[in-house]
Design a protein around this ligand. Structure first.
Ligand code: ADP
Length: 446
């Protein structure tokens, strides 16, 4: 996987978000500063003008207007605060101008706007106060602040770059490591190694974990299919070889005159041929049942009859000496289906129950739910191991017990059951405990 690609994409997206936020903050602060700093300076000036106006009103003498000490005091204030102040009398004649005093106020920026305030005493206009801020000083302050802010912004920018780089590296590692692992295992699967699994952390349910889970599930299924495929060839070969070898050796012995073809020996050959025919029949039935074009007869039938016929079919089995087979079908239940094929279903399940129950009971129970009909065939036999349960309906799957018993079937019985029931729109479920028995339930739609 292209690890750099993921990291680059994450880096770009993190940088994009961080830089745009920084840029917005930068512009907003610059904007706010240029507005509010000007306003702040104006308010400040207004407040100071208020003090000066009070002083001027109080010190006003109608005969001599303002005395020298008042004017000097105003000049002092102006110098301290960095203003240029002009004082006009009621006729508008300039009385005092701190800008012409050679006290540095001439440096006042002529561009800075001057504010004029009327001086009023006892309702009469006694003059005008004009204040002009030292624009340069104000701007210098503003500039200083913005410069500092801009320097800090550059610092923040560098920090953001470094942070985004490190964070995206960290994130890319967190994301790509499990993906790389998943890819490694997928490649192994492609090469035929189905044994490895993606290690999963149970407490984390991320999308990547889910992909890992799905891949593990796929590997499990493929491994099982692979096993079945291998078993299938081996099973068919095995099933064919045993009877054929027996028949071959008998016939060769007859031909060579070693053995006489007694009725017993011919009977053994015949039984082997029957076994072969049975296997081929089973394969054909399975093929027919699994064929999607299967032609089922849809006739209205009494399920009780189907079950009774199925039980009769196995009635002659020798195992029934030690096994009690009972049918519980108090209620009459009709369904639509194919009589012959349904008998085949229940005979197969009953045959298995007999095969794997040495002694005990087998109970066939017919019951009805609002939407379906259920036939449960429960035995008190060997039971099925939990790890075998998911596979017993697979073609040619035979449990350990069936394998070790040479008399076991070919592992097709339940595949036929499943195919026929599904062709009827139903399903088969099974619950089993190893050592104490199994219950197969056939659910059929009403
Ligand atoms: P088989 O010919 O081996 O019986 P089936 O397809 O009929 O093949 O069954 C598949 C496997 O399911 C059997 O090999 C056996 O291990 C298990 N099985 C089926 N029915 C029962 C049962 N009633 N009790 C125990 N195991 C069973």
């Amino acid at each position: 996987m292209n690890k750099g690609g993921l990291r680059k994409k994450l880096l770009l997206s993190h940088l994009g978000v961080a830089l745009s936020s920084l840029l917005i903050i930068f512009f907003l602060v610059n904007l706010v500063m240029s507005f509010s700093f000007g306003r702040y300076v104006k308010n400040q000036q207004k407040a100071e003008a208020g003090f000066l106006l009070t002083d001027l009103e109080q010190a006003y003498d109608p005969a001599h207007s303002w005395g020298m000490d008042t004017l000097m005091n105003i000049s002092h204030q102006a110098m301290l605060r960095g203003y240029t102040i002009r004082l006009y009398d009621a006729e508008g004649k300039l009385v005092w101008d701190t800008g012409n005093m050679g006290m540095g106020m001439s440096a006042a920026n002529q561009d800075a706007a001057a504010s004029r305030y009327k001086i009023v005493k006892a309702g009469a206009n006694i003059g005008t106060l004009e204040m002009q801020g030292n624009g340069e000083a104000e701007q210098a302050q503003n500039r200083d602040f913005l410069q500092m802010f801009n320097r800090l912004s550059w610092g923040a920018l560098l920090l953001v770059l470094a942070g985004a780089y490190l964070y995206s590296r960290f994130m890319a590692r967190g994301l790509s490591l499990p993906l790389v692992q998943i890819k490694r295992i997928a490649v192994k699967m492609r090469e035929g190694n189905l044994t490895e699994r993606v290690p999963l952390q149970m407490n984390r349910q991320t999308e990547i974990e889910e992909v890992g889970q799905a891949l593990n599930y796929l590997a499990d299924t493929l491994q099982q299919q692979e096993k079945l495929r291998k078993n299938l060839t081996a099973d068919v070969a095995h099933e064919l070889r045993t009877p054929l070898t027996t028949v071959q050796s008998y016939i060769e012995a007859f031909q060579d005159g070693i053995w006489e073809a007694t009725p017993e020996r011919l009977q053994i050959c015949h039984a082997q041929i029957i076994r072969l025919v049975q296997l081929i029949n089973d394969l054909e039935k399975l093929n027919a049942a699994e064929n999607p074009m299967i032609q089922l007869r849809h006739e209205r039938l009494l399920l009780n009859d189907v079950l009774r016929d199925s039980v009769h079919s196995v009635a002659g089995r020798p195992e029934l000496d030690k096994v009690v087979l009972t049918l519980k079908d108090e209620k009459q239940i009709f369904i639509n289906g194919d009589y012959e094929r349904l008998v085949q279903v229940f005979v197969n399940v009953l045959n298995n129950a007999l095969k794997y129950t040495k002694e005990g009971r087998i109970e066939v129970t017919l019951s009805e739910e609002p939407s379906e009909v259920q036939v449960t065939i429960a035995d008190t036999g060997a039971g099925i191991a939990a790890d075998e349960l998911p596979y017993i309906f697979e073609r040619f799957y035979r449990g350990e017990k069936s394998r070790s018993r040479k008399t076991g079937g070919a592992g097709i019985g339940l595949s036929i059951v499943k195919a026929i029931v599904e062709a009827h729109g139903g399903r088969v479920t099974v619950s089993s405990t190893l050592g104490s028995g199994s219950a197969f339930c056939v659910h059929l739609p009403k």
